[in-house]
Ligand binder design. Structure first.
Ligand code: SF4
Length: 617
């Protein structure tokens, strides 16, 4: 039997699996070539997980793609080496690197559907990788089942012949991991493998990656924007900003004593379950620089709370602060001075339940489709007998996994999905009162997860904000420009963006436009479905603060749907936990998070990043 027929026991190499040295990449732009990654060096040893963190545009994904020689056509390698077990990947003939990909080097990306072929069974796709690298047909069939079992797919013997659409998002990601590790790679590159997955599924995937590292000695390069994930599974960390590695070292050392202000601010702006809730999250101001307009000196200086004159003039070199911990900051020789802002928990919890609720949901039942004598099967129940209330000036968080019915309930509250039975009353009105629908549409508004998809790409920001004023005839024509200007300043956007189109804005700016559009009709209740889950942590903190400010200034009420429990804990006074269409627990947020009474709430909390047991052995 050849190795290909039985690749089960990898030999742990003694030297680093991956060594990247002085890597610099350039992007071709109409204005000339611009550096996108500058002088990045790191190594990953056998059985080690290196977490690469940073905001969008920091260069982390391009660094990973350069390892696979899969850079976009507009990006070229300027200098540096990338070596896999001593072999230079950048100069290796195409034939050889193709042989390494999928065999010795596996890849897992964020969106499993983009990677899986919808027309082939998952078994056929796993077998294809194995056969491509020389395994016999019979052995490949047996190994495909073994791999699905390894990644935690239940009943693998049966499911191996299912198609990708028959799997849930988390299970599809497991299939992609099964393909990536099919040939027991020595190196696995995972780019945001758990972003957008439920916390329990995320915990399962991270646990699996930790197990592969421990059992097979796989070296793992894990790209993530989530510091909690790094804390849970990574042995070492590299923090990237504006294309540079600004801090790197052992994860415990870097996260325990960050020496670069960017690392510390990223940590501080991430809402956590294990720290007191602050009135405002310490958000990093502004956004990362555009690739073609990087500032001189330290690229973080326009956003750095500790910047001083030298920072805008000279680029600080990366300095060793001990035991391989390096940081590129003029202040890195000493522990950073304590943050200037007060960290005292000042959010006041208000639970004046004697007030009339703005939203009163009583025994709501919602189904897919309506019952009919022509249907063979009864319609599927999505929400089953849910009752909850939201109060003026307060935020109700609705948490639960995908498929729990929380988004369907949200869409029913805003009148997009009909109720089968029960009652939803908003400020005393119901969607069944036909003559009050126009008023209801002004009273309740929705903010979506992906503002890009909810904003018409052909309209300027000014048109997008004027439209609701015109449709609802709220402001006379001559006063609309002033109201649009007010809305822009309310959500913290400069008036200069009014002539732009949505694609010309950053993700955070687009979400601010989505919020401004919802505010245009002066609603009393806003239903926000995953309003920050598509945003970088620093921008996420800015939007969480904005929502809290608007609630306090305008007396708004929110129903916020989020899969990230730390976001809910930070923003919400009340919380309702949904599982399989029913509310299993609800109450004041501080009580539910401190003393969860339902097993499912406890499982959700235990699976949240930053609160999990370290997967590191
Ligand atoms: Fe901040 Fe200056 Fe350090 Fe840059 S060098 S991170 S601007 S203190």
């Amino acid at each position: 039997m050849t190795r290909a027929d039985h690749p089960a026991t990898p030999v742990r190499p003694a030297r680093p699996v991956l060594e990247v040295s002085g890597l610099s990449l350039r992007l071709r732009t109409p204005g000339g070539a611009a550096p996108v990654v500058t002088d990045v060096s790191f190594q990953v040893n056998p059985g080690q997980i290196l977490g690469v963190v940073g905001e969008s545009g920091s260069g982390k994904s391009l660094t990973a793609l350069s390892v696979m020689r899969m850079l976009p056509a507009a990006v070229t390698v300027d200098s540096g080496t990338v070596s896999y077990l001593g072999q230079d990947l950048l100069t290796m003939p195409e034939r050889e690197i193709t042989a390494l990909r999928g065999d010795r080097i596996g890849m897992v990306f964020q969106d499993p559907m983009a990677y899986l072929n919808p027309l082939m069974t998952v078994g056929a796709q796993i077998r294809e990788v194995l056969r491509l690298h020389g395994m016999g047909r019979k052995a490949a069939t047996a190994r495909a089942v073994e791999l699905l079992d390894l990644v935690g797919v239940r009943d693998p013997g049966k499911r191996v012949e299912d198609y990708p659409h028959q799997f849930s998002g988390g299970m599809r990601q497991r299939v992609v991991i099964a393909i990536a590790v099919a040939n027991n790679p020595t190196l696995l590159i995972a780019d945001e493998p758990t972003t957008a997955l439920d916390v329990t599924v995320q915990a399962g995937i991270l646990e699996l990656l930790g197990r592969l590292r421990d059992e097979l000695g796989t070296a793992l390069l894990l790209i993530t924007h989530d510091i909690g994930v790094v804390e849970d599974v990574c042995d070492s960390i590299m923090v990237m900003y504006a294309g540079r590695a600004v801090e790197q070292g052992a994860a415990a050392a870097v996260l325990g004593d960050p020496r670069h202000p960017y690392t510390r601010e990223l940590m501080r702006s991430t809402p956590r379950l294990d720290v007191p809730v602050l009135r405002r999250l310490p958000a990093i101001p502004g956004q990362p620089p555009d690739v073609t307009r990087r500032p001189g000196g330290c690229p973080f200086h326009p956003r750095c709370p500790l910047a001083f004159d030298r920072c805008s003039e000279e680029m600080p070199p990366a300095r060793d602060t001990g035991a391989g911990h390096r940081a590129a900051c003029w202040l890195s020789a000493e522990p950073l001075p304590a943050p200037a802002v007060s960290t005292a928990p000042v959010r006041e919890a208000r639970h004046d339940d004697e007030r009339t609720p703005i939203l009163d949901v009583a025994d709501a039942r919602i189904t897919y489709g309506r019952p009919s004598p022509l249907r063979r099967t009864p319609p599927r129940i999505i929400v089953d007998g849910v009752s909850l209330k939201a109060y003026p000036g307060r935020t109700l968080g609705l948490v639960g996994e995908s498929g729990s019915g929380k988004s369907t309930l949200a869409r029913t509250i805003v009148g997009l999905v009909p109720l089968l039975s029960g009652r939803i009353s908003i400020d005393g009105m119901q969607w069944t009162d036909r003559d009050r629908r126009a008023e209801l549409r002004r009273t309740v508004q929705m903010v979506f997860q992906d503002p890009y998809q909810s904003l018409n790409p052909r309209q300027t920001i000014e048109t997008l904000l004027t439209e609701p004023l015109t449709v609802h005839r709220l402001v006379p024509r001559e006063g609309r420009a002033r109201r649009v200007a007010e809305l822009m300043s309310l959500v913290g956007l400069p008036q200069s963006l009014l002539e732009r189109y949505p694609y010309q804005l950053s993700g955070g700016q687009r979400q601010r436009v989505g919020i401004a559009r919802a505010l245009a009709v002066e609603p009393r209740l806003i239903v926000a479905d995953e309003p920050v889950s598509a945003l970088d942590v620093s921008v996420q903190a800015q939007i969480i603060n904005l929502l809290a400010d608007l609630r306090d200034e305008l007396g708004l009420s929110y129903v916020v749907i989020a899969h990230d429990l730390s976001v809910v804990r930070h923003l919400c006074e009340d919380v309702a936990v949904m599982q399989a269409g029913v509310i299993v627990e609800q109450g004041p947020a501080e009580r539910v998070f401190a003393d969860p009474r339902h097993e499912y709430t406890r499982a959700l909390l235990a699976a949240s990043p930053g609160s999990r047991e370290q997967v590191v052995s």
